[in-house]
Design a protein. Sequence first.
Length: 372
Amino acid sequence: MLPFEVLGLIFHHIPRLGPFNLQPLLFVSKSWHYAVCHHSSLWSDITLDHTIYTIFSVANQQSRASNYLHCCLKYSGTAPLDIILNCRRLKEMGHQTAAVIEAQLIPLLRILVGKEEEHSARWRSFTWHALRLQNFPIIHSILPSTLPNLQTLKLLQTLFRDYPKPDFPSYPHLQTALLYQCDQLRLHDTDYSNVVELILGTKFIWNSGYMDVLNAFHNVRRLTLYTMTDPRLFGRYGSGGTKEMLFPCLHTLRLYGKMPHQIVKDLRMPMLKEVEFDEVSSFDHFECYPFASTVQIVHIQAPRRKSNEEALIAKKVMRLLTVVRLLQCLRVPNWLHEELECDRLRLEERGVHLEVAIEKNGMTLEALMTLI
């Protein structure tokens, strides 16, 4: 018979095994029941979404939903909690969305916070797919004033067009943040000096609001910027100008999509060592001397193009070698590696190590989520 600790670890590594899926395991044997109930990490990943609404939406089932969460809090013991509030599929319910969230999900969120906010100290990560919800002020009011031990924050599509911008809870120990379409956040009154990684992106126009958000995370070591919009629209609809921002600790910069050049050129990154990008237009950023002067590793994720475009990219790589003078490692997809081989680009003679990386089809929101 396997020890309870080993059984718990096995259950923990089963894909998509969350608290909802634990019930069948409880009735296999006494040892399995004990392993499930006494392995706290099996109960600490809690999601409030369309699934929990569907399961407990039958009449008189709200108490069962509450009991379910109380079981999660009980059996997770003192383990850190990873909370996900996902309103994406609920949005499909149209005019009923606000009523469902207020009647079904908000009472459950109150349980996870606690009457005296006693559970908020256990929150390790918080992911919120907000969308344009009418309930946003109510949900925001339930969140505690501080999440003292939160390490990872993911806010997606927090738009506040119909009401004042709210002040979010403080996160004194936050280390990683993913902010997607969150250009209206009020962050200036909070200290984010402990954050080491920031992912900031939008599928709409990159405007001055994103610059304000970016400026609040000046101590990050890893920075990812993402956009799907034509970079020329930044000057038309954005702030009309940018100012220099210093990131004294930044080591790794990832650019996905066509990031406006006027944004990148104003980033001061004296410790920058590694750059990754997936658009041909990002080659132009290296023409800015402060940007290229310290870089040692370049990772090109550009997807495969037409043959004439591939030859152009190969020429841009050769130009890159002349402006990035400290380059030591170049990572490229297989198709670009073949193109460089055809051009007989002898990187070894230049002291540059060439690596072949896995090809990607392009950055998506789901792919961004996996970066953390």
